[in-house]
Design a protein around this ligand. Structure first.
Ligand code: SIN
Length: 331
């Protein structure tokens, strides 16, 4: 019997700036999602020392073109790759703009203990000192690391390991563009080696109820921002076409009395509400002052866009507010 020395890592490519091209050497004015992943891999030949690589070019888009249909395609493809005994880990290349949403969606929907690692870049592939090749190299190293098994979906940027649940883009200019807000990071990479210092205690991957069946569709959920004087009629409008609405409120997920009354009226007709906060750190608990009728679920530490991901999945299982509240506390 031959013992397999090198791991096999599948790379599912979706586009983004990591695959972007522009004027040679420049970092600005480029188009994301233009190069295929094989061409990026040619710039990092040393990756062959780390793992045997299999690539799937799923899409090649700017991540602002990601949508529910592409998420479902991606999750189903990753579940197929993860179920193959010859694949040891998976890397997803992705644009940085909506990577936080995709990472959380996959964290909830991919049934595996195998490492799944997202990465991307802030500079296009044609820039001087492009950051994509090194991020991709480290993502493959992390996906091949035994320590990364069972950690849920992760992301790697600038030598840092983030959890799919908590990662946020916090800078739209620097190459070190990500953070977990108040929660730091899971660990660091030094060249090929991963050093973990913490883990996510929220339910993910193999424990997630959303990973147990093949996804076909998601519930329609909108996100709306509250600001001083915001017109509550936007809620009536959105409720016509959405099953759920996430409110990105002020402070602890708050809004004015007109919004509260409109939410109570719409909740009675079946719209499910979640309240997140436009403040990047802290936690949104359920609140009897801003929600005396108990119709609005606290998003916990999730951003508005991540709360939308969870509500879109939760509504495929139940419309019961108590059950959805439990889901928000658990995931
Ligand atoms: C994108 O999200 O596809 C464009 C921006 C980026 O990848 O940095």
């Amino acid at each position: 019997m031959t013992i397999k020395q090198k791991k096999t890592i599948a790379i599912a490519a979706t586009g983004g700036t990591i695959a972007g091209t522009g004027e040679a050497g420049k970092t600005a004015v480029y188009h994301a999602g233009e190069m295929n992943v094989e061409s990026i891999l040619e710039t990092i030949p040393m990756i062959q020392n780390v793992a045997d690589i299999e690539t799937v070019q799923l899409f090649n888009v700017d991540s602002n073109e990601m949508d529910e249909e592409k998420w479902i395609t991606l999750a189903n493809q990753l579940n197929e790759l993860a179920a193959r005994p010859d694949i040891d880990g998976i890397v997803v290349t992705h644009g940085t703009d909506t990577l936080d949403e995709t990472a959380y969606f996959l964290n909830l929907t991919v049934y595996t203990q195998k490492p799944v690692v997202l990465t991307g870049a802030m500079r296009p592939a044609t820039a001087t000192s492009a950051d994509g090749p090194f991020n991709l190299y480290q993502a493959v190293c992390l996906a091949a690391s035994d320590d990364a098994r069972g950690q849920g979906v992760m992301a790697v940027f600038s030598n840092t390991i983030y959890s799919g649940r908590d990662i946020q883009k916090v800078n739209n200019y620097k190459t070190d563009a990500f953070d977990q807000n108040a929660f730091g990071c899971l660990g660091y990479m030094q060249d090929e080696t991963a050093y973990f210092f913490s883990r996510s205690f929220k339910t993910h991957t193999m424990q997630s109820i959303f990973a147990l069946r093949r996804l076909e569709s998601l519930a329609k959920v909108a996100v709306v921002y509250f600001y001083a004087g915001a017109d509550e009629k936007i809620l009536d409008y959105l409720a016509e076409t959405h099953e759920g609405i996430v409110i990105v409120g002020s402070g602890s997920g708050n809004y004015n009395r007109k919004w509260m009354k409109t939410m109570e009226k719409l909740a009675e007709k079946g719209t499910v509400f979640v309240r997140a906060s436009r403040v990047s750190q802290g936690i949104v608990f359920d609140d009897r002052v801003f929600d005396p009728m108990d119709v609005c679920i606290g998003a916990n530490t999730l951003s508005g866009q991540k709360a939308r991901v969870l509500l879109m999945l939760a509504l495929t299982i139940t419309k019961d507010v108590k059950q959805i509240r439990n889901i928000f506390n658990q995931y």
